[in-house]
Design a binder for this molecule. Structure first.
Ligand SMILES: [Zn+2]
Length: 297
C-alpha cells in the first residue's frame, strides 16, 4: 500500500495547510523551471515549498526571489547523492547555506560524476534501443546542472522516438541501462564525508525516501542508526516512495533514535505527478512541516 492510499488518521491541521518538503526544478532532474514550479505550487495552493535539487543549489536564489510575488515560503534545500558500497543514498539538507563558496565547490565533483554517469547511460540507451541521442548536444543545451535521466527521456520524445514522457521514462530507468554510483565512487561523496559536508552547510539533515533503498529493514535500521549517531537528525518517514508498512516501521525507528519525522512527495513534475500534487501533499502530516521549521535559522 502506497502513501496515497493510506487512511487519513494522522492529519491534525484544522485548516488544510499544503506544503511540500521535497521538490526538484529543472536545475537537477525536475521538469519545470524554477519559476514554473513556483507558479504551479501557487496554483495548487501550496504555501511552503522546500526546493531540494540533487547536488545543486542553483535554483535557490531565484526561487526565493520569485516566491515573494506568490506569497510562498521557500525552504532552501539540497538532496545530496552518496555512494556507499553498492548503495545509492540520498540525504536531504534543509536551510542550506546556499551562498557558501565551500558548498558550491564541494558540489562540483558531484556534478562531474553525474555527467560522466549520464554519458554512459546515453550510450547504453542508444545501444539498447537503436536510438541516436547525441550526449554532447544534449549537454550543450541543457539548462540543468547535469544531464539527468529525465532529460535523456525528454530527448527521446523530442527526437520522435517515443510519443510521450510516460513511454520514454521506462527506457531510461530500466536495470539494463543503469549505471551505479559505485562506478564513480571516487567522485561522489561517501557516507561519512557526505554527511559531514551536509551538516556543515545546512541546519537539518534527513535521510530521503528510505523505502527506495535496496536494503532490508534490518540493514536500513543499521544505516539510520549509524547516520543518527553521526549527527543526522531527520528521517523522511512520509514519502510516496515508502509503503504504509514501511512508514509504520520508520515511525518506530524515528521515535527510538530521537529523529524528527519529515515527509515530502519528491516532486519532479512528471505528467502524472502534476495532476495529483496537491493531493499527495495533503497526505503528509502537518507535524513534518513544523519539525523542519524548528530548524529555521
Ligand atoms: Zn528527490
Amino acid at each position: 500500500m502506497k502513501t496515497d492510499e493510506m487512511p487519513q488518521q494522522e492529519h491534525f491541521a484544522k485548516e488544510r495547510v499544503l506544503f511540500e518538503l521535497h521538490a526538484h526544478t529543472d536545475r537537477s532532474d525536475g521538469f519545470l523551471e524554477t519559476k514554473e514550479l513556483i507558479e504551479e505550487a501557487a496554483k495548487q495552493k501550496i504555501t511552503t515549498l522546500a526546493v531540494t535539487d540533487h547536488d545543486t543549489v542553483r535554483a535557490l536564489e531565484e526561487a526565493i526571489c520569485i516566491s515573494k510575488d506568490y506569497g510562498i515560503d521557500i525552504i532552501p534545500g539540497l538532496e545530496l547523492s552518496i555512494s556507499h558500497g553498492k548503495y545509492e543514498i540520498h540525504l536531504l539538507g534543509y536551510y542550506v547555506n546556499f551562498n557558501s563558496e565551500g558548498l558550491k565547490h564541494g558540489l562540483e565533483r558531484q556534478l562531474e560524476a553525474r555527467n560522466l554517469r549520464a554519458e554512459e547511460i546515453v550510450k547504453k540507451v542508444n545501444e539498447e534501443n537503436g536510438t541516436k541521442i547525441d550526449y554532447q548536444k544534449l549537454k550543450s543545451y541543457n539548462h540543468s546542472s547535469f544531464v539527468s535521466k529525465h532529460r535523456i527521456a525528454q530527448e527521446l520524445v523530442n527526437l520522435g522516438y517515443v510519443k510521450d514522457l510516460n513511454s520514454a521514462l521506462p527506457l531510461v530507468n530500466g536495470d539494463s541501462v543503469n549505471v551505479p554510483y559505485e562506478n564513480y565512487s571516487n567522485l561522489f561523496f561517501g557516507l561519512e564525508d557526505g554527511l559531514d559536508f551536509l551538516l556543515k552547510h545546512s541546519r537539518l539533515v534527513a535521510l530521503a525516501h528510505p523505502g527506495k533503498l535496496k536494503m532490508n529493514m534490518n540493514e536500513q535500521k543499521r544505516l539510520i542508526k549509524e547516520l543518527g549517531s553521526k549527527g543526522m537528525f531527520g528521517l523522511e518517514v512520509y514519502s510516496s516512495k515508502n509503503t504504509a508498512e514501511q512508514i509504520a516501521e520508520y515511525r518506530i525507528i524515528a521515535n527510538e533514535l530521537h529523529l524528527v519525522e519529515t515527509g515530502g512527495t519528491d516532486f519532479h513534475a512528471k505528467p502524472r505527478e502534476i495532476k495529483n500534487w496537491a493531493y499527495l501533499c495533503s497526505r503528509i502530516p502537518i507535524k513534518c512541516l513544523y519539525n523542519v521549521q524548528l530548524f529555521e535559522p
